[in-house]
Design a protein around this ligand. Structure first.
Ligand code: CP
Length: 306
């Protein structure tokens, strides 16, 4: 039962709870009219201290499609945080105006802190380079829908694996499925964090390897999860400029991919997937973004609904 619960990290949800969300998301997508008033009278607060297109707007669309309404801010400069108000006070105040809070914040751990000051559920919409659990739900739903099941897959994560919170969350969630092999493709400066390698991946005996060459492993991948280099997490621009175009997926590179491979990307894309790849039937990132809305509808419904 998700009723009244917060979601801070993907493993806050049991595998059964995730499955129930996938089933409900598919049900909602098939028959959206049946859900159009299910959260009537409920208010969602979106507190975004960092920019967002997909996460914020898909949450707001999700709430409105369920009959609820939304309030919030899209940047901290338009809130009293800019006057020096602390996160704890902001959360306590907003919790008095709404029924659920969705928050994105540049600081790792901010969502957990928020949940401790809130007497309504808090959903982490991204906390720094740490976690982004609802993106993971969208990613897994996309894989399940398009592949039929989540198992026996070789998944390549490519790009900024150090700062990419969507990667960290998805890696943790995938450790629960059988037959998953992971290949981490990044420049040496942006490798997957050590805490994941020596922690959950080792503990759960997940097969993984690291490389800096996408070309060498392209033909092995069932799923290629591309990511952008996270400019906002770099301490100096020089490093960002040097690393930002480490990998650019082009139609030529796609020639080496499996015929039924799936290209995913949490988006936004900057330059790491060329526009020509969009018409390749293996490019699934826009479908993935749309699934994000249905899974968020399922999540809001499960947390707030009767
Ligand atoms: N995938 C994702 O989090 O996109 P936004 O930054 O646009 O929300």
């Amino acid at each position: 039962m998700l009723k009244g619960r917060s979601l801070i990290e993907p493993l806050d949800l049991s595998p059964e709870e995730m499955n129930e969300l996938f089933v409900l998301a598919e049900e909602i997508e098939k028959n959206p009219k049946a859900w159009k008033s299910s959260l009537q009278g409920h208010i969602l607060a979106t507190l975004f201290f960092e920019p967002s297109t997909r996460t914020r707007l898909s949450f707001e669309a999700a709430m409105q499609r369920l009959g609820g309404s939304c309030l919030g801010f899209a940047e901290s400069s338009s809130s009293s945080v800019s006057k020096g108000e602390c996160l704890a006070d902001t959360i306590r105040i907003v919790a008095g105006y709404s029924d659920i809070i969705v928050m994105r914040n540049p600081k790792e751990g901010a969502a957990l802190v928020a949940s401790r000051y809130s007497d309504i559920p808090v959903i982490n919409a991204g906390d720094g380079g740490h976690h982004h659990p609802t993106q993971t739900l969208a990613d897994l739903l996309t894989i399940k829908k398009l592949r039929g099941q989540i198992r026996d897959l070789t998944i390549g994560f490519c790009g900024d694996l150090r700062f990419g919170r969507t990667v960290h969350s998805l890696v943790e969630a995938l450790t629960r499925y059988s037959g998953i092999k992971m290949i981490f493709i990044s420049p040496p400066e942006l490798t997957i964090p050590g805490y994941l390698k020596s922690g959950i991946l080792t503990q759960k005996q997940i097969s993984f390897k690291e490389t800096d060459s996408l070309d060498k492993v392209m033909g092995d991948l069932d799923i290629l999860y591309m990511t952008r280099v996270q400019k906002e997490r770099f301490f100096n621009e020089e490093d960002y400029i040097r690393l930002k175009d480490s990998y650019v997926l082009t139609p030529e590179k796609m020639l080496a991919a499996k015929k039924d491979a799936m290209i995913l990307h949490p988006l936004p894309r900057v330059n790491e997937i060329s526009l020509e790849v969009d018409s390749d039937p293996r490019a699934m990132y826009f479908k993935q973004a749309r699934q994000g809305m249905f899974i968020r509808m399922a999540l809001l419904q499960s947390i707030l609904g009767e």
